[in-house]
Design a protein around this ligand. Sequence first.
Ligand code: EPU
Length: 341
Amino acid sequence: MITVQRHFPLKEYNTFGISAFAKAYTATTTLQQLKEALSYFKDECVFLLGGGSNMLLTKDIDKPVIHVLLKGIKVVEKQANSLYLKVMAGENWHQLVMYCVANNLGGMENMALIPGNVGTAPIQNIGAYGVELKDIFHSCEVMHIKTQEVKVLHLADCDFGYRESIFKNDFLGQYVITSVTFKLTDLTLATQYDFKTGYGDIKAELEKLGATTLENVAQAVINIRQSKLPDPAVLGNSGSFFKNPIIARDTYDILVSKFPDMPHYPINNQQVKVPAGWLIDQCGLKGFRKGDAAVHERQALVLVNHGNASGDEVLAMATHVQKTVMERFGIQIETEVNVIS
Ligand code: EPU
Protein backbone atom coordinates (compact mmCIF):
# COMPACT_ATOMS: atom_id res chain seq x y z
CA MET A 1 0.00 0.00 0.00
CA ILE A 2 1.22 3.50 -0.80
CA THR A 3 -0.15 6.83 0.37
CA VAL A 4 -0.16 9.70 -2.10
CA GLN A 5 -0.24 13.28 -0.82
CA ARG A 6 -1.04 16.21 -3.12
CA HIS A 7 0.65 19.65 -3.12
CA PHE A 8 3.34 18.38 -0.75
CA PRO A 9 5.84 20.84 0.86
CA LEU A 10 9.48 19.99 0.09
CA LYS A 11 11.30 22.53 2.29
CA GLU A 12 12.25 19.84 4.81
CA TYR A 13 13.31 17.46 2.02
CA ASN A 14 16.05 19.48 0.36
CA THR A 15 19.24 20.45 2.19
CA PHE A 16 19.18 23.93 0.62
CA GLY A 17 15.98 24.47 2.61
CA ILE A 18 14.18 25.97 -0.39
CA SER A 19 10.44 26.30 -0.12
CA ALA A 20 8.72 24.50 -3.03
CA PHE A 21 5.87 22.05 -3.51
CA ALA A 22 5.52 18.72 -5.27
CA LYS A 23 2.40 18.08 -7.34
CA ALA A 24 2.17 14.70 -5.55
CA TYR A 25 4.41 12.83 -3.09
CA THR A 26 4.71 9.26 -1.94
CA ALA A 27 7.27 7.71 0.40
CA THR A 28 8.46 4.17 -0.39
CA THR A 29 10.14 2.09 2.30
CA THR A 30 9.98 -1.33 0.60
CA LEU A 31 10.71 -2.59 -2.91
CA GLN A 32 7.05 -3.57 -3.14
CA GLN A 33 5.96 0.01 -2.39
CA LEU A 34 8.46 1.35 -4.90
CA LYS A 35 7.05 -0.96 -7.59
CA GLU A 36 3.55 0.07 -6.67
CA ALA A 37 4.39 3.79 -6.81
CA LEU A 38 6.09 3.46 -10.20
CA SER A 39 3.16 1.60 -11.69
CA TYR A 40 0.63 3.97 -10.04
CA PHE A 41 2.32 6.90 -11.82
CA LYS A 42 3.19 4.94 -14.98
CA ASP A 43 1.70 7.53 -17.33
CA GLU A 44 3.61 10.41 -15.81
CA CYS A 45 7.23 11.42 -15.67
CA VAL A 46 8.22 10.89 -12.04
CA PHE A 47 10.76 12.73 -9.91
CA LEU A 48 12.94 10.48 -7.71
CA LEU A 49 13.99 11.92 -4.38
CA GLY A 50 16.81 10.60 -2.22
CA GLY A 51 18.49 12.68 0.48
CA GLY A 52 17.69 15.94 -1.34
CA SER A 53 21.30 17.00 -0.85
CA ASN A 54 22.34 17.70 -4.39
CA MET A 55 19.52 19.71 -5.87
CA LEU A 56 18.40 23.30 -6.15
CA LEU A 57 14.66 23.74 -6.56
CA THR A 58 13.84 26.89 -8.50
CA LYS A 59 10.13 26.15 -8.77
CA ASP A 60 7.45 23.70 -7.71
CA ILE A 61 7.88 20.17 -9.05
CA ASP A 62 5.06 19.57 -11.49
CA LYS A 63 5.60 15.80 -11.29
CA PRO A 64 4.84 13.11 -8.74
CA VAL A 65 7.77 12.79 -6.33
CA ILE A 66 8.72 9.26 -5.26
CA HIS A 67 10.84 9.32 -2.14
CA VAL A 68 13.19 6.33 -2.04
CA LEU A 69 13.55 5.36 1.62
CA LEU A 70 14.49 1.67 1.34
CA LYS A 71 16.48 0.55 4.40
CA GLY A 72 18.82 -2.32 5.21
CA ILE A 73 22.50 -3.28 5.41
CA LYS A 74 23.57 -6.85 4.81
CA VAL A 75 26.85 -8.75 4.40
CA VAL A 76 26.42 -10.73 1.18
CA GLU A 77 29.84 -12.31 0.75
CA LYS A 78 33.25 -12.68 2.36
CA GLN A 79 36.34 -13.49 0.34
CA ALA A 80 39.75 -13.48 2.02
CA ASN A 81 40.06 -9.91 3.40
CA SER A 82 37.22 -8.56 1.32
CA LEU A 83 33.70 -8.14 2.56
CA TYR A 84 30.77 -7.34 0.28
CA LEU A 85 28.13 -5.17 1.90
CA LYS A 86 24.75 -4.66 0.26
CA VAL A 87 23.17 -1.40 1.35
CA MET A 88 19.68 -0.25 0.47
CA ALA A 89 19.28 3.09 -1.30
CA GLY A 90 17.58 4.99 1.52
CA GLU A 91 20.35 4.51 4.07
CA ASN A 92 22.09 7.74 5.04
CA TRP A 93 25.63 7.92 3.62
CA HIS A 94 27.42 9.27 6.68
CA GLN A 95 25.71 6.81 9.01
CA LEU A 96 26.90 4.03 6.71
CA VAL A 97 30.47 5.35 6.87
CA MET A 98 30.27 5.35 10.68
CA TYR A 99 28.81 1.81 10.65
CA CYS A 100 31.77 0.64 8.55
CA VAL A 101 34.28 2.35 10.82
CA ALA A 102 32.65 0.76 13.90
CA ASN A 103 32.78 -2.65 12.21
CA ASN A 104 36.39 -2.35 11.08
CA LEU A 105 35.51 -2.15 7.41
CA GLY A 106 37.90 -0.03 5.41
CA GLY A 107 37.19 1.93 2.23
CA MET A 108 34.72 4.67 3.06
CA GLU A 109 36.46 6.53 5.87
CA ASN A 110 37.69 9.41 3.64
CA MET A 111 34.11 10.04 2.57
CA ALA A 112 32.75 10.72 6.07
CA LEU A 113 30.16 13.48 6.42
CA ILE A 114 29.18 13.68 2.75
CA PRO A 115 25.48 14.51 2.89
CA GLY A 116 22.92 12.38 1.07
CA ASN A 117 21.78 8.79 0.75
CA VAL A 118 23.42 5.64 -0.56
CA GLY A 119 21.18 5.28 -3.61
CA THR A 120 22.13 8.64 -5.08
CA ALA A 121 25.85 8.35 -4.34
CA PRO A 122 26.67 6.49 -7.60
CA ILE A 123 24.86 9.05 -9.77
CA GLN A 124 27.58 11.62 -9.28
CA ASN A 125 30.27 9.22 -8.09
CA ILE A 126 30.67 11.11 -4.81
CA GLY A 127 34.17 11.61 -3.58
CA ALA A 128 36.40 13.38 -1.11
CA TYR A 129 40.00 13.42 0.10
CA GLY A 130 41.39 11.25 -2.66
CA VAL A 131 38.71 8.53 -2.65
CA GLU A 132 35.67 8.17 -4.87
CA LEU A 133 32.66 5.89 -4.61
CA LYS A 134 33.90 3.95 -7.65
CA ASP A 135 36.94 2.78 -5.64
CA ILE A 136 34.73 0.63 -3.39
CA PHE A 137 31.78 0.05 -5.72
CA HIS A 138 31.08 -3.56 -6.64
CA SER A 139 27.60 -3.36 -8.16
CA CYS A 140 24.17 -1.86 -7.77
CA GLU A 141 20.64 -3.08 -8.25
CA VAL A 142 18.36 -0.91 -10.32
CA MET A 143 14.65 -0.96 -11.10
CA HIS A 144 13.46 0.27 -14.48
CA ILE A 145 11.06 3.18 -14.01
CA LYS A 146 8.63 2.12 -16.74
CA THR A 147 8.79 -1.70 -16.62
CA GLN A 148 9.85 -2.22 -12.98
CA GLU A 149 12.27 -4.82 -14.24
CA VAL A 150 15.20 -5.30 -11.84
CA LYS A 151 18.80 -5.77 -12.94
CA VAL A 152 22.32 -5.63 -11.58
CA LEU A 153 24.94 -3.24 -12.93
CA HIS A 154 28.62 -3.81 -12.22
CA LEU A 155 31.48 -1.35 -11.95
CA ALA A 156 32.34 -1.54 -15.65
CA ASP A 157 28.71 -0.83 -16.63
CA CYS A 158 28.53 2.49 -14.80
CA ASP A 159 31.05 4.69 -16.68
CA PHE A 160 32.22 6.42 -13.51
CA GLY A 161 34.25 9.60 -13.88
CA TYR A 162 34.83 12.76 -11.84
CA ARG A 163 31.32 13.48 -10.50
CA GLU A 164 30.01 11.52 -13.50
CA SER A 165 28.30 8.22 -14.27
CA ILE A 166 26.02 6.54 -16.79
CA PHE A 167 23.08 7.56 -14.57
CA LYS A 168 23.65 11.21 -15.53
CA ASN A 169 24.00 10.33 -19.20
CA ASP A 170 22.69 7.30 -21.17
CA PHE A 171 20.55 6.02 -18.26
CA LEU A 172 19.23 9.45 -17.25
CA GLY A 173 15.65 9.14 -16.03
CA GLN A 174 15.46 5.40 -16.71
CA TYR A 175 16.26 3.61 -13.46
CA VAL A 176 15.88 3.83 -9.70
CA ILE A 177 18.99 2.62 -7.88
CA THR A 178 17.56 0.41 -5.15
CA SER A 179 20.76 -0.84 -3.50
CA VAL A 180 24.53 -0.62 -3.79
CA THR A 181 26.99 -3.41 -2.99
CA PHE A 182 30.37 -2.22 -1.76
CA LYS A 183 33.63 -4.15 -1.69
CA LEU A 184 35.31 -3.27 1.59
CA THR A 185 38.41 -4.45 3.42
CA ASP A 186 37.86 -6.35 6.65
CA LEU A 187 40.60 -4.90 8.84
CA THR A 188 40.22 -7.62 11.43
CA LEU A 189 41.60 -10.03 8.79
CA ALA A 190 43.85 -7.84 6.65
CA THR A 191 47.52 -7.78 7.58
CA GLN A 192 48.05 -4.62 5.60
CA TYR A 193 45.78 -1.74 4.63
CA ASP A 194 46.55 1.24 2.46
CA PHE A 195 45.13 4.28 4.28
CA LYS A 196 44.71 7.23 1.91
CA THR A 197 46.17 10.09 3.87
CA GLY A 198 48.06 11.97 1.18
CA TYR A 199 45.33 14.40 0.20
CA GLY A 200 45.09 17.95 1.51
CA ASP A 201 45.23 18.50 5.25
CA ILE A 202 44.55 14.89 6.29
CA LYS A 203 48.09 14.08 7.41
CA ALA A 204 48.37 17.19 9.56
CA GLU A 205 44.96 16.57 11.12
CA LEU A 206 45.83 12.91 11.76
CA GLU A 207 49.00 13.86 13.56
CA LYS A 208 46.89 15.73 16.10
CA LEU A 209 44.70 12.66 16.60
CA GLY A 210 47.36 9.99 17.02
CA ALA A 211 47.64 6.62 15.30
CA THR A 212 46.48 6.05 11.72
CA THR A 213 43.33 4.03 12.36
CA LEU A 214 39.97 3.90 10.60
CA GLU A 215 38.40 5.95 13.42
CA ASN A 216 41.11 8.59 13.27
CA VAL A 217 41.09 8.94 9.49
CA ALA A 218 37.30 9.37 9.56
CA GLN A 219 37.63 11.83 12.46
CA ALA A 220 40.32 13.80 10.61
CA VAL A 221 37.99 14.12 7.60
CA ILE A 222 35.11 15.12 9.88
CA ASN A 223 37.24 17.78 11.59
CA ILE A 224 38.44 19.23 8.27
CA ARG A 225 34.97 19.25 6.75
CA GLN A 226 33.41 20.79 9.85
CA SER A 227 36.03 23.53 9.82
CA LYS A 228 35.09 24.73 6.34
CA LEU A 229 31.84 23.20 5.14
CA PRO A 230 28.50 24.39 6.52
CA ASP A 231 26.22 21.86 8.22
CA PRO A 232 22.99 21.73 6.14
CA ALA A 233 21.00 21.32 9.37
CA VAL A 234 22.21 24.78 10.39
CA LEU A 235 22.77 26.59 7.07
CA GLY A 236 21.06 25.45 3.88
CA ASN A 237 23.47 24.24 1.19
CA SER A 238 24.22 21.39 -1.21
CA GLY A 239 27.96 20.98 -0.70
CA SER A 240 30.11 21.99 -3.66
CA PHE A 241 27.85 23.93 -5.98
CA PHE A 242 30.33 23.76 -8.86
CA LYS A 243 32.64 21.10 -10.23
CA ASN A 244 36.35 21.75 -10.31
CA PRO A 245 37.01 22.62 -13.97
CA ILE A 246 39.36 20.50 -16.04
CA ILE A 247 41.32 22.73 -18.39
CA ALA A 248 43.84 22.19 -21.19
CA ARG A 249 47.46 22.21 -20.06
CA ASP A 250 48.24 25.07 -22.49
CA THR A 251 45.55 27.20 -20.85
CA TYR A 252 46.89 26.21 -17.45
CA ASP A 253 50.46 27.18 -18.43
CA ILE A 254 49.31 30.67 -19.43
CA LEU A 255 47.24 31.09 -16.26
CA VAL A 256 49.93 29.86 -13.91
CA SER A 257 52.38 32.39 -15.28
CA LYS A 258 49.91 35.10 -14.19
CA PHE A 259 48.79 33.36 -10.99
CA PRO A 260 51.75 31.33 -9.72
CA ASP A 261 49.93 30.28 -6.53
CA MET A 262 47.07 28.59 -8.36
CA PRO A 263 46.61 25.09 -6.87
CA HIS A 264 46.23 22.32 -9.46
CA TYR A 265 45.91 18.56 -9.87
CA PRO A 266 47.31 17.04 -13.08
CA ILE A 267 44.81 14.70 -14.78
CA ASN A 268 47.04 13.56 -17.65
CA ASN A 269 49.59 15.11 -20.03
CA GLN A 270 47.02 17.30 -21.66
CA GLN A 271 44.67 18.22 -18.82
CA VAL A 272 44.80 19.84 -15.41
CA LYS A 273 42.07 20.20 -12.78
CA VAL A 274 41.95 23.49 -10.90
CA PRO A 275 39.88 24.17 -7.76
CA ALA A 276 36.82 26.25 -8.53
CA GLY A 277 36.82 27.32 -4.85
CA TRP A 278 40.20 28.98 -5.36
CA LEU A 279 39.07 30.72 -8.59
CA ILE A 280 35.93 32.07 -6.89
CA ASP A 281 37.91 33.12 -3.81
CA GLN A 282 40.41 35.01 -6.00
CA CYS A 283 37.49 36.96 -7.47
CA GLY A 284 36.80 38.26 -3.96
CA LEU A 285 33.46 36.48 -3.80
CA LYS A 286 33.91 34.49 -0.57
CA GLY A 287 31.11 35.56 1.75
CA PHE A 288 29.43 37.66 -1.00
CA ARG A 289 25.73 37.88 -0.15
CA LYS A 290 22.61 39.17 -1.86
CA GLY A 291 19.49 38.80 0.25
CA ASP A 292 19.68 35.33 1.77
CA ALA A 293 21.69 33.76 -1.07
CA ALA A 294 25.44 33.80 -0.53
CA VAL A 295 28.83 32.32 -1.25
CA HIS A 296 29.94 30.52 1.91
CA GLU A 297 32.48 32.49 3.91
CA ARG A 298 34.84 29.57 4.58
CA GLN A 299 34.67 27.61 1.28
CA ALA A 300 33.88 29.57 -1.88
CA LEU A 301 32.75 26.46 -3.76
CA VAL A 302 29.63 26.24 -1.61
CA LEU A 303 26.58 28.43 -2.04
CA VAL A 304 24.33 28.85 1.00
CA ASN A 305 20.80 29.88 1.88
CA HIS A 306 20.83 32.09 4.97
CA GLY A 307 17.13 31.45 5.56
CA ASN A 308 14.58 32.44 3.01
CA ALA A 309 16.39 32.59 -0.32
CA SER A 310 14.34 31.34 -3.24
CA GLY A 311 15.84 28.86 -5.66
CA ASP A 312 15.97 31.62 -8.28
CA GLU A 313 17.97 33.85 -5.95
CA VAL A 314 20.52 31.07 -5.35
CA LEU A 315 20.63 30.43 -9.10
CA ALA A 316 21.19 34.16 -9.77
CA MET A 317 24.11 34.03 -7.30
CA ALA A 318 25.50 30.98 -9.14
CA THR A 319 25.24 32.79 -12.48
CA HIS A 320 26.99 35.83 -11.03
CA VAL A 321 29.82 33.62 -9.73
CA GLN A 322 30.18 31.85 -13.10
CA LYS A 323 30.25 35.16 -14.98
CA THR A 324 32.82 36.70 -12.63
CA VAL A 325 35.12 33.67 -12.88
CA MET A 326 34.78 33.70 -16.67
CA GLU A 327 35.69 37.40 -16.84
CA ARG A 328 38.72 37.03 -14.58
CA PHE A 329 40.13 33.66 -15.68
CA GLY A 330 38.37 32.78 -18.96
CA ILE A 331 37.21 29.50 -17.37
CA GLN A 332 33.65 28.25 -17.51
CA ILE A 333 32.71 26.56 -14.23
CA GLU A 334 29.84 24.08 -14.40
CA THR A 335 27.33 23.38 -11.67
CA GLU A 336 27.68 20.13 -9.76
CA VAL A 337 24.30 20.52 -8.12
CA ASN A 338 21.25 19.44 -10.08
CA VAL A 339 19.31 22.62 -10.82
CA ILE A 340 15.58 21.84 -11.12
CA SER A 341 14.06 24.49 -13.36
N1 EPU B 1 40.45 27.06 -1.94
C1 EPU B 1 40.58 28.42 -1.76
N2 EPU B 1 39.48 29.13 -1.36
C2 EPU B 1 38.28 28.53 -1.13
C3 EPU B 1 38.14 27.14 -1.33
C4 EPU B 1 39.26 26.43 -1.74
O1 EPU B 1 41.65 28.99 -1.95
O2 EPU B 1 37.33 29.23 -0.77
C5 EPU B 1 41.64 26.28 -2.32
C6 EPU B 1 42.16 25.47 -1.14
O3 EPU B 1 43.04 26.19 -0.34
C7 EPU B 1 42.83 24.30 -1.80
C8 EPU B 1 41.99 24.10 -3.06
O4 EPU B 1 41.31 25.32 -3.30
O5 EPU B 1 44.12 24.64 -2.21
C9 EPU B 1 41.02 22.94 -2.95
O6 EPU B 1 40.12 23.14 -1.85
P1 EPU B 1 39.52 21.93 -0.99
O7 EPU B 1 40.61 21.01 -0.57
O8 EPU B 1 38.64 22.52 0.04
O9 EPU B 1 38.68 21.06 -2.00
P2 EPU B 1 37.77 21.44 -3.26
O10 EPU B 1 38.52 21.11 -4.49
O11 EPU B 1 37.27 22.83 -3.12
C10 EPU B 1 36.74 19.05 -3.51
C11 EPU B 1 35.38 18.44 -3.57
C12 EPU B 1 34.73 18.39 -2.19
C13 EPU B 1 35.63 17.57 -1.29
C14 EPU B 1 37.03 18.21 -1.27
C15 EPU B 1 38.03 17.39 -0.50
C16 EPU B 1 34.54 18.96 -5.80
C17 EPU B 1 33.56 19.73 -6.61
N3 EPU B 1 34.53 19.19 -4.49
O12 EPU B 1 36.58 20.40 -3.08
O13 EPU B 1 33.48 17.73 -2.31
O14 EPU B 1 35.11 17.49 0.02
O15 EPU B 1 37.55 18.32 -2.61
O16 EPU B 1 38.31 16.22 -1.21
O17 EPU B 1 35.29 18.16 -6.35
C18 EPU B 1 31.15 18.08 -2.60
O18 EPU B 1 31.27 17.52 -3.68
O19 EPU B 1 30.04 18.50 -2.19
C19 EPU B 1 32.34 18.31 -1.79
C20 EPU B 1 32.29 19.01 -0.67
